[in-house]
Design a protein around this ligand. Sequence first.
Ligand code: ADP
Ligand code: MG
Length: 332
Amino acid sequence: MKRSLALFAVLLLILPLCSCAAKPAEQSFFAMNTVMSVRIWHDDGAAADAAAVQALVNTLERALSVTNPGSEIAQLNGTGSGTLSDDTLYLLEKTLALSARTGSALDPTLYPIVRLWGFTTDAFRVPSEEEIAAALKSIGTEHITQSGNTVTLADGTMLDFGAVAKGYAAQKSAEFLTRSGVEAAMLSFGGNIQTVGSKPDGTDWKIGIQDPFDAASNAAVLSLSGSGAVVTSGGYQRYFEENGETYCHIMDPKTGAPVQGDLASVTIVAPNGMLADGLSTALYVMGFDDACEFWRTSDDFEAILITNAGDIYITEGLDGRIDGAQYQVITR
Ligand code: ADP
Ligand code: MG
């Protein structure tokens, strides 16, 4: 009796330790207008590593924010010229390359249009056609001149990295954790998921893909092994309604108006977070047919497209990795 009691006491002491070891250390914080969470498994320095991720994201936000008057980008937008830090310049160059690759579906100069529709201030409004036509004159990456770290913008042109900043932050955070020797971590930066290494129990990462028609549930669950990024963009994430019309926060550079396409959401699965973030926005702008065609001529990502009709399509590389949904496969 005494012995079993002693054993029971020992088990009581051990069990919580076991479950702790299997559970990740988790830290959440608010940055880039969203809740971010960092989960790290089996790392004695998890708290310090998570704090370093938060500091890294805060530093990027201080440089990139369009609304913080002290940021590099806000100063560049305000004065038309500025000397960018190496990190910001790198992001600009990568974004310009992605803009060219997507036929300007992704366009970092759209900020005057985003602002015109009230998305930066929450003072939403439908602008007149004249206002849109005037703003469109300063849209286009040809209005950006770069010489070393010095960037100059044409009159009226302004930059906004809203479509890639969270993915870039997640990518940089994942690289930092890998360098720190972390073997398993998952970052969730408001719709941007980034995994580091493999789950300690050897099973696949399970990533819920939000149902664009019901934010509280998943449309599907994706299995992913190893390090990678899963990023979703959709009009349902931020929008306003006026006179029965819905206007979302993703803009069509061709029209200067919110995208009115046939997609409800686009999820990109790619090795790199910034690429995945930029492409999720760009393919949402393209619409279903062009998005499929774009994937067929690419070899660095897979995608889940959910149409406004509620149909789920996946590119063939994801076949067998989706649970909880009926889907059709897009082939090459
Ligand atoms: P979220 O940031 O909500 O996850 P996205 O990654 O799709 O969504 O980025 C949307 C943001 O990018 C908008 O809030 C706006 O600041 C900016 N933006 C909107 N349309 C475009 C576009 N076509 N190209 C580049 N940036 C855009
Ligand atoms: Mg994006």
